[in-house]
Design a protein around this ligand. Structure first.
Ligand SMILES: NC(=O)N[C@@H](CC(=O)O)C(=O)O
Ligand SMILES: [Zn+2]
Ligand SMILES: [Zn+2]
Length: 409
C-alpha cells in the first residue's frame, strides 16, 4: 500500500506518481485519508435477467455491484432461459452489455439446461465470450459428463467452476445437518453432499489438468481436500462467501429464511476452518454468491423459502470490519482476495490491479466511517440479508470503470 496520485486519461491509468502537477484542464479529486483500491472483482453473482426480473435486473445488479465497490463480476447462467446454445448465449452477452454499468462477464453452463448430461458447445460458447463454465445451483452428477467437460475446457484453457453437491445426499434438506436442524425440526443437508463430489472432482481435475474452481466452499473437510489437492499440484482454486466466513448454523435462532442459502451455513468448527483456509492460502478469493430474491420468496420460513441471500453491497464492509479490523487478515490480503487473485486466477489480464496503461477501474473507500446496514440503502432489488442491522466500517465513496464514474455516494 502506497501513497500516490493517479492520472486518468482516455479511460486508462496514464501516470502513477507521488506528485502529479495538475494543469487547468484537469479535473482533480482529492482522495486524502481514503483507500483507493483496484475495482473489486466478484466471480460469483446471480442477476436474474432474463426470466426473473422481479428479483433483480442486470441494471440493478450492476448498480448494486458498483455501490459495493465492484467493477467486474462473473454472472452465473441460471437465468431463464439458460444460455446454453450459441444464439441464447450471444443474446445474453448483448443484454449484459446494454444494461451493465460495470464489467459483467458471463458464465456459460456446462450442460444443456444446467441439469442434463448433454454438454454445451464448449468451444463455440468460449469464442462467443464465455468467461468460464458452471452449472451453479446444480452438482454435475455423472462422472463421465464431468470428465469430458473438464477435458474440453482444459483444451481451450478456460475454467470450470463447480457447485459441488451430490443431489442424492442433499436429500431435500433446507439447513445444515446437525444441531440447528434438530432444534428447528428441519431436514438437514449432509456435509458429505459437498465433500464426496469434491473428492471425485479433484481426481478428475488431476487427470484432465483443467483449472477447476470450487464455488462457495463451506466445510472443514472440503478445505482439507483442497489443501491436499493443492499440495499434490492439482490445478484447483477456491472461493468462500462472506456469510460462510462470518456465520454458522448456531446463529440461526428462529425460522428466518434470510439465513437459508445453498450451501447452508455449517457448524462453528467448519467456519473456523474456513478462516484458517483463508489465512493459509487454501482459499484464493472471496465471492458473494449474490442471490437476490423477492420479499415474499424469503418470508416463508426455511421449509418453503428460496435458497440464497443478497450480498454484493455488504461484502467489502463486512470483510473489512470482521476480518481486517479484528486482525485476522491484513487489508492487503483482503484486496488480494477481492481483486488481485480473481483477476490472476481467471486470466483477466486487464483488471484487478492499478497499473500504467491498464483500464482505470478503481474504487475510493472511506474506511473510518461506521454505519448500520439498512434495507433502505440497498440498490439491489434483493434485501434478503442476515446482516441487516449490523454495524460496519467501509463506505464506498466512488467507483470508476474505464475512468468513468459509475457510482458516487
Ligand atoms: N446460493 C443459493 O442459495 N442460491 C443460488 C444458486 C446457487 O448458488 O447455488 C441462486 O441462484 O439463488
Ligand atoms: Zn451454488
Ligand atoms: Zn451461486
Amino acid at each position: 500500500m502506497i501513497n500516490c496520485e493517479l492520472l486518468i486519461e482516455d479511460g486508462k491509468f496514464a501516470q502513477i506518481a507521488e506528485n502529479i502537477v495538475a494543469t487547468p484542464d484537469m479535473q482533480v479529486f482529492d482522495a486524502h485519508f481514503n483507500l483507493v483500491t483496484p475495482g473489486l472483482i466478484d466471480v460469483h453473482v446471480h442477476f436474474r435477467e432474463p426470466g426473473q426480473v422481479h428479483k433483480e435486473t442486470i441494471k440493478t445488479g450492476t448498480l448494486a455491484s458498483a455501490h459495493g465497490g465492484f467493477t467486474t463480476v462473473g454472472a452465473m447462467p441460471n437465468v431463464i432461459p439458460v444460455p446454453d446454445d450459441n444464439e441464447k448465449f450471444a443474446k445474453q452477452v448483448s443484454l449484459n452489455q446494454e444494461n451493465s454499468s460495470i464489467k459483467t462477464l458471463q458464465y456459460a453452463p456446462v450442460t444443456k439446461d444446467e441439469t442434463s448430461d448433454e454438454l454445451v458447445d464448449i468451444e463455440e460458447l468460449a469464442k462467443l465470450g464465455a468467461f468460464a463454465f458452471s452449472n451453479d445451483g446444480h452438482g454435475i452428477m455423472n462422472a463421465e459428463t464431468m470428465y469430458e467437460a473438464m477435458e474440453r475446457i482444459a483444451a481451450i484453457d478456460s475454467h470450470l467452476a463447480a457447485h459441488v453437491e451430490d443431489k442424492n445426499l442433499f436429500n431435500h434438506g433446507v439447513i445444515n445437518s446437525g444441531a440447528a436442524a434438530e432444534r428447528l425440526g428441519l431436514p438437514g443437508i449432509k456435509q458429505v453432499a459437498e465433500t464426496s463430489q469434491l473428492a471425485r472432482d479433484l481426481v478428475l481435475a488431476k487427470e484432465t489438468g483443467v483449472h477447476y474452481h470450487v464455488c462457495h466452499i463451506s466445510t472443514a473437510d472440503g478445505i482439507q481436500l483442497v489443501r491436499m489437492a493443492k499440495d499434490a499440484g492439482i490445478n484447483v482454486t477456491c472461493e468462500v462467501t462472506p456469510h460462510h466466513l462470518l456465520l454458522s448454523d448456531a446463529d440461526i435462532l428462529t425460522d428466518d429464511a434470510n439465513f437459508k442459502m445453498n450451501p447452508p451455513l455449517r457448524s462453528e468448527t467448519d467456519r473456523l476452518a474456513l478462516i484458517k483456509g483463508l489465512q493459509d492460502g487454501t482459499i484464493d478469493m472471496i465471492a458473494t454468491d449474490h442471490a437476490p430474491h423477492a420479499e415474499n420468496e424469503k418470508n416463508q420460513g426455511f421449509a418453503k423459502s428460496a435458497f440464497g441471500i443478497t450480498g454484493i453491497e455488504t461484502s467489502f464492509p463486512l470483510m473489512y470490519t470482521k476480518l481486517v479490523k479484528t486482525g485476522l487478515i491484513s487489508l492487503e490480503k483482503l484486496l488480494q482476495l477481492m481483486a488481485g487473485n480473481p483477476a490472476k486466477l481467471f486470466n483477466l489480464t486487464e483488471v484487478g490491479t492499478i497499473k500504467l496503461n491498464q483500464p482505470a477501474d478503481f474504487t475510493i473507500i472511506d474506511l473510518d466511517n461506521e454505519y448500520q446496514i439498512n434495507k433502505a440503502d440497498f440498490i439491489s432489488k434483493g434485501t434478503n440479508s442476515p446482516f441487516i442491522g449490523q454495524k460496519v466500517y467501509g463506505t464506498v465513496l466512488k467507483t470508476y470503470v474505464n475512468g468513468e464514474l459509475v457510482y458516487s455516494k
